[in-house]
Design a protein around this ligand. Sequence first.
Ligand SMILES: [Zn+2]
Length: 340
Amino acid sequence: MAFPQTRLRRLRASPALRELVRETELRAGQLVAPLFVAESGPPREPIPGMPGVERLSISEAVQEARAAADLGVAAVLLFGIPAEKDAQGSSAWDEEGVVQLCVGALKRELPELLVITDVCLCEYTDHGHCGVLTGDPALSRADSPGVAPAPGVDNDASVELLARVAVSHARAGADVVAPSDMMDGRIGALRAELDGEGFAATPILAYSAKFASAFYGPFRDAAGSAPAFGDRRGYQLDPANGREALRETLLDVEEGADMVMVKPALAYGDLIAAVRRETRLPVAAYNVSGEYAMVKAAAAAGHLDERAAVLEILTSLRRAGADVIITYHAKDAARWLAPN
Ligand SMILES: [Zn+2]
C-alpha cells in the first residue's frame, strides 16, 4: 500500500514512538578511547588540530583512562611515543618501553578496564615507516610528484619484529593486541608467536581494511610518525579499492583475527557494511584523527552543533555495522549518552 494509506510519519509523531522503533543503539560500552603515551616531554601536551586530545605521560594516561572508564567507555587503545627511535624501531618491543610500562600501570590501577595496544613500528622507527626497510631510504625516494613511491619496507622481516612487539605487549598485560601495519601475513605470525609464548588467550584486533588516507594527518603530528620519505601506499590500501579491502579482511579472518577493523570510518561506511555482511566476527570502525579534527574545527567556527554531529556520526557507524567504535570523541560521547 502506498500513500495516502501508508504514512511513514505516523511512527515519527512523538519521542516515545521514535524511541520504540529506533533501530540502532549507541552505548558508551561500544566506544574505545585512543591514548597517546609519551616517554618524555611534559605530562600533558596539546596536539595541533585535535582540541581535547593530548600526548600524555604514563601517570596522566592512567588519569585519562580512569575518567573514560568512569564514564563507561569500554577500553583504551594505547599508542606509544618513545624517547629514542632507530631504524628497526627496537623500543617497540622493549619490556621497559613506554607502552609496556603504561599497560602495567593501567592493569594495576584499573584492572577492570580493557587495555588494547596498537602494534606497529612507525612510531618507533627513525624513518617513520611501519616496518624495517629493505635498502637505503634514499633509493626509495619518489623523484617527482605523481610517481608511485616504493617505500621498500621488508614485509617478512617486519612481520617477525611485529610479532615480537605483540608478545611484549601481552607479557605486559595487554588484554587485546591490535596490529596496524598492513604487512602481509602478520595476523598468522602474531597468532603463532602469541600462542607459542603462552598467550593463546590474547585476542587480536586486526586493522584489516586500513587505507592510505588523507585523514590521518593530526595523528602523525600526535605520534610523530610521519614517514621521512615516500608514503604508505606501498602497504596500506588504495582508497579506491573495496573488493581488495574485503580480500584483506577475509585473509585476516583466515589467519586467526578475533576482531576486524575498517579505518578510517566516515568515508568507508560501505566497507563497514560489506565487512559486516562477509564475516561473523565483531567489526570495529576507527573514527580517525582527521575526522575528529573536521568536527572540532567546524564546531569551533560555529558551523556545527558538536554534540548532535558527534552522536549522529557514531550512530551512523553503528548503523553501518560497527560493533566497536574507536573514537577521540569517546569521553564526550559517553558523557552525552549517560542517563540523567
Ligand atoms: Zn604504522
